[in-house]
Every structure is written in structure tokens, then in C-alpha cells.
Design a protein around this ligand. Structure first.
Ligand code: ADP
Length: 334
């Protein structure tokens, strides 16, 4: 994964898999997406045809992979998983496509990072269930058309804006996944606690949910950290007070800002007087890739009203100065 701040350990991946809802009915939140998707799937099942290709867009940890697995499960089909960066050449994609069984669901994560030739091959595959395999080089090269079995593509992207129009247009259903509401995250936290056999009070769950940056993956991650704390330093029960103490230790503040979020804001304020400053300059100043800052930190900070993206660059809002308790200089641009 390029997005390092979202990197996961092996243990986390195992637990994540265990916590994944398996049916659409168990998928919490994203009401509209769920309802629309349910219709798409049920319509296809009724007609006995493969459903339209589905594009899921939204930040890391919002449930795109989970939803892809649910789509396959609801259709009673196997799921093949690959990703844009994993497919380096058109031939790699041809190899995947030509071995799909009829009706199979192909999940392509980070589809915006697919190489150009593979992307063009995908257009034809999505539309006509056909690929042209090019054999040979130069003037002697020949394209051999190859039929592939009708399949359903589920593409996922954290950056819908980077998807070329022709690719986007070939998805019959596009779902945008947004941050979750605290009440929805609370349901997720309680469900995960039950699955992990952890005792948590209602206000304990609310505390964890409220600091999860609107993101189920983070909610599950914080729950595990709080559980460690509860087991080692207390009697194992997660109360509100305990959740607060544990999250303070892990440097997650009351609004859910983590170290990267605060580093971005602090750098913006202390080094650039609150901005405006360009994304790459800001990213360098916190030692991260611009994409990490843009995809992982910024959407939440913008949503919280702590950072604004302007044509001239990023700006810290008055709320950000207040939240970090840094005095705003008089000549600041805002
Ligand atoms: P993405 O593919 O968007 O990065 P994932 O699908 O891998 O996100 O979700 C990350 C974790 O969050 C999963 O372990 C899953 O259990 C949990 N999760 C995501 N969305 C939901 C949801 N709507 N309800 C319950 N758990 C969810």
C-alpha cells in the first residue's frame, strides 16, 4: 500500500477479515448505497444475468473491499481480487480476465492506478466481454480477439476524480461512500466488541466511535487498542473513562485527530503561518507522500472544518488554531 499512514499489520488483517460483515443486511450505515445496490443485485438475480459493473469510491477504510465481498456473496459467486498497481501490463489483465468463470466477480482495488494499456483493454472487456491479445512486436504484431465469460467488475478508488471519463462511464452503478455518522460507528463498535468477546458499556462504545474519524477501520483499530488497555490495566471492561484514558495514551484526541492529522495542522500553522501552502510543500514538511496527506488526512480535516483547500493552497481555519491551542498571528490570511 502506498498510503503508509493506513498501513496494516498481519494481525490487523486477520482480525479485520473476521470483523467483516458478510451480508448486505449486516453492513452498517451508507443507507442509500445499500438500498441502491440491493436493487441492482436483486434485479440481476431476477433476470438471471450478471449485474452492471459497480464503482465504489471513497476514502480508505470506509468499506469498499467489504462491499465487494458482499456483492459476490449476495450473487452467490466467487470473488477474484486484484488491484491497479498489481497489474503492470495488459497481458497481466488478460490473464486474469480470460480465466474468469461466468458470473464471477472481479474486484479491482485502486483502479485509478491501472496502467494505460491495461485500462484500454478493460474498456472492451467491460463492454463486450472481449479482449484483444496482442502477439508479436512492431509491424508483425497481430491482435487476437478472445471472448471472455460475462463477469461483474467491482472497481474501488480513493480518488474518483482521477478516473478517466471513458472508464467511469462504463460502470452502470457508481456509489460514493462517505464518512460514517457517530451513531453508525457506535453500532459497528458494539458489533465488533461482541465478535471479539470484549465487554464494553454504551458510553464506552460512543467514546470510541466519536474518535474514529468517521471510519469503520479506525473504529475497529481503536477498539483493539482500548481492549489491550482494559485487559492490562483494568478488569477488561471498556467504560467511557477507560476509553478516554486509553485513547489519550494512543494520542487520539477528542475529535478523533491522530498524530498525522495534528502534524499536518501544526506544520501548516507553525511553519507556514496558517497557509496558504501547496499540498506537496505541506506533505514534505511532515515527511509524508502528498497522496497520503491528500487521501488520508485532509478529507477528515476538511469535514471537521479545520482545514480549507483553496486555489492558492491549504489554509488552517480559525477552528484549527483554537483546537490546537496555538495563538493565531494577527497578520494571518484568515
Ligand atoms: P476499504 O476497502 O474501503 O479500505 P474495508 O472494506 O477493508 O475498507 O473495511 C475496513 C474494515 O472496516 C473492515 O474490517 C470491516 O470490518 C469494517 N467495515 C467497513 N465498513 C463497514 C460497515 N459498513 N459495517 C461494519 N463494518 C465495516
Amino acid at each position: 500500500r502506498l498510503v503508509s499512514a493506513d498501513a496494516e499489520g498481519a494481525e490487523e488483517q486477520v482480525i479485520e477479515a473476521a470483523l467483516r460483515p458478510k451480508k448486505l443486511d449486516d453492513f452498517v450505515g451508507q443507507e442509500r448505497v445499500r438500498e441502491q445496490l440491493s436493487l441492482v443485485l436483486r434485479g440481476a438475480l431476477r433476470r438471471g444475468r450478471t449485474p452492471d459493473h459497480v464503482l465504489l469510491s471513497g476514502g480508505p477504510g470506509l468499506g469498499k473491499t467489504t462491499l465487494a465481498m458482499i456483492i459476490a456473496a449476495e450473487l452467490g459467486q466467487p470473488l477474484r481480487i486484484s488491484s491497479g498497481p498489481a497489474i503492470e501490463r495488459a497481458g497481466d489483465l488478460a490473464a486474469v480476465l480470460s480465466t474468469l468463470a461466468e458470473g464471477e466477480v472481479l474486484f479491482l482495488d485502486e483502479i485509478h492506478r491501472l496502467a494505460r494499456p491495461a485500462e484500454e483493454m478493460l474498456y472492451m472487456a467491460m463492454e463486450d466481454f472481449r479482449v484483444d491479445v496482442v502477439v508479436g512486436k512492431g509491424p508483425g504484431a497481430t491482435a487476437i480477439p478472445l471472448d471472455i465469460a460475462p463477469f461483474t467488475l467491482v472497481g474501488a478508488t480513493t480518488r474518483a476524480g482521477m478516473l478517466p471519463g471513458p472508464l467511469r462511464d462504463r460502470f452502470g452503478f457508481v456509489a460514493h461512500m462517505d464518512f460514517y455518522e457517530p451513531a453508525e460507528l457506535e453500532v459497528i463498535v458494539r458489533r465488533s466488541a461482541r465478535l471479539l468477546d470484549v465487554e464494553i458499556t454504551d458510553d464506552g462504545a460512543a467514546e470510541v466511535a466519536g474518535r474514529s474519524r468517521g471510519t469503520p477501520r479506525i473504529a475497529n483499530r481503536l477498539l483493539r487498542r482500548v481492549r489491550d488497555y482494559a485487559e492490562v490495566r483494568a478488569d477488561g471492561v471498556i467504560t467511557q473513562e477507560l476509553a478516554r484514558a486509553a485513547l489519550r495514551l494512543y494520542e487520539v484526541d477528542e475529535r478523533g485527530l491522530d498524530r498525522l492529522d495534528r502534524a499536518v495542522l501544526e506544520s501548516l500553522m507553525r511553519k507556514f503561518g496558517g497557509g496558504p501552502v501547496g499540498l506537496s510543500t505541506l506533505a514534505v514538511s511532515v515527511g509524508e507522500e502528498p497522496e497520503t496527506v491528500e487521501v488520508v488526512a485532509e478529507p477528515f480535516l476538511v469535514r471537521q472544518g479545520l482545514l480549507a483547500r483553496t486555489p492558492r493552497g491549504r489554509i488552517a481555519t480559525p477552528a484549527a488554531w483554537a483546537h490546537l491551542g496555538i495563538a493565531q498571528p494577527a497578520a494571518s490570511p484568515m
